[in-house]
Ligand binder design. Structure first.
Ligand code: ATP
Ligand code: LTN
Length: 367
């Protein structure tokens, strides 16, 4: 061990390494360059299957922004996933651009995070095919999202809808993600991604990082405003059931004021109070107040006052996102440039993993 009189550590954020200066008792100065810190990686995606809701924002997007400061991060618009239900081409094209603009509007920085469109990186489809062959029919049949969506789209129960979690596993595993920030509805899909990764690693040798879901304490499942036993969803045919992130303040206020509650009239978190519980979760995410504090603040006040406060908090939470979004949408050329750069960076990482996988399986790689 070396003794020293003084030690100064300078963090090199760009190279993710530390330079250590050591002053010895004899007055000599040593400099050491530590190996780059291995930053953990996160990846997540959102489907362009409609205008994102307050549920997407509080359950996922808001956490993406927070986590992107401390992790190596990649975020994508999952357009390939979205075609598991039929999309109108013109509307679909518009939605992909809108959701991409939203990723910038929530504050993600394309210089710090890789932000891309899933279909621009062919490795996603390629790895998904390979992983299909390491996934059992039985385990896919248990997926609750598949069961729900096949009921909702009974005329189009396609193979893509069935294999949806395998494509999601490919998204995650290509980037060797340690953490995947999602809403609670995606927990089962994360478990399958872990199972597939473990299986592949066991059949061959360690290839994939085993990912963990990151589910926020609050907002992990925002419920429908019209049926608070159901998840708020952007593809719900009833627009009153969700607040869209681009709704105007007037529309947000109207939707929250007409949210289904109960007839008890007192604000507290409790069993059988799904509507109020949901509004309390929304209010808590937007203000940072916990449930006890909210109940205290609204003691003796009715649902009218509470809903007005929730509406105001949501309007203020979404205002800056909407303003930034409006300005990004004025320059779709810029958005496409950012998407192209993002796809290039993403492809570099994804192809590295794909090549590794192909070699292990025994494919002959092109020269
Ligand atoms: P669709 O309704 O088209 O199936 P979705 O909104 O349920 O879409 P995605 O767009 O793929 O699904 O979701 C993106 C992220 O938002 C995921 O991490 C998902 O878990 C999260 N999310 C979706 N709905 C909610 C919700 N109601 N509450 C919390 N998080 C949610
Ligand atoms: N299935 C996800 C969207 C999604 C995703 C991913 C999320 C597609 N690929 C990879 C996390 C990581 C959903 O939220 N419905």
């Amino acid at each position: 061990m070396r003794s020293f009189s003084k030690c100064v550590i300078i963090k090199n954020r760009a190279k993710k390494s530390n330079v250590i200066f050591i002053l010895t008792p004899k007055g000599k100065i040593y400099m050491e360059n530590t190996a780059p810190e291995k930053r953990q990686k996160i990846l997540s995606c959102i489907q362009p299957s409609g205008i994102p809701t307050l549920g997407n924002y509080l359950g996922a997007l808001k956490n993406w922004k927070t986590l992107s400061d401390d992790f190596d991060s990649a975020f994508a618009v999952a357009d390939l996933h979205a075609i598991t239900v039929r999309q109108d081409p013109a509307k679909f094209r518009k939605q992909i651009t809108e959701v991409f603009a939203l990723l910038l509007a929530i504050g993600l920085d394309p210089e710090k995070s890789i932000i891309f469109i899933q279909s621009h990186v062919p490795a996603h489809s390629q790895l998904a095919w390979i992983l299909n062959c390491y996934t059992q029919f039985g385990e896919m049949s248990r997926m609750t999202q598949f069961k729900d969506k096949s009921k909702a789209h009974a005329d189009n129960v396609n193979v893509g809808l069935f294999a949806y979690p395998v494509l999601m596993a490919a998204d995650i595993l290509l980037y060797q993600a340690d953490l995947v920030p999602v809403g609670v509805d995606q927990k089962q899909h994360l478990e399958i991604a872990r199972d597939i990764a473990n299986r592949f690693n066991t059949v061959y040798s360690p290839t994939f990082t085993i990912p963990d879901a990151y589910i926020g304490k609050q907002g992990a499942k925002i419920m429908s405003l019209q049926d608070p036993t159901k998840k708020m969803s952007k593809s719900d045919p009833n627009p009153k059931s969700y607040v869209s992130v681009f709704d105007t303040p007037e529309v947000i206020t109207k939707k929250i004021k007409s949210a289904i509650t109960d007839c008890e009239g007192s604000v507290y978190y409790g069993e059988g109070k799904d509507g109020i519980n949901n509004l309390m979760s929304i209010y808590s995410c937007c203000t940072g107040l916990d449930f006890d504090q909210i109940a205290k603040d609204f003691e003796g006040k009715g649902y009218g006052d509470f809903k007005a406060a929730v509406a105001e908090a949501v309007v203020e939470e979404l205002r800056p996102v909407r303003e930034r979004y409006d300005s990004y949408m004025k320059d779709t050329g810029y958005l496409l440039e950012v998407a192209a750069k993002g796809a290039e960076k993403a492809s570099r990482i994804a192809n590295r993993t794909l090549n590794k996988v192909m070699k292990k399986v025994g494919f002959v790689l092109p020269k």
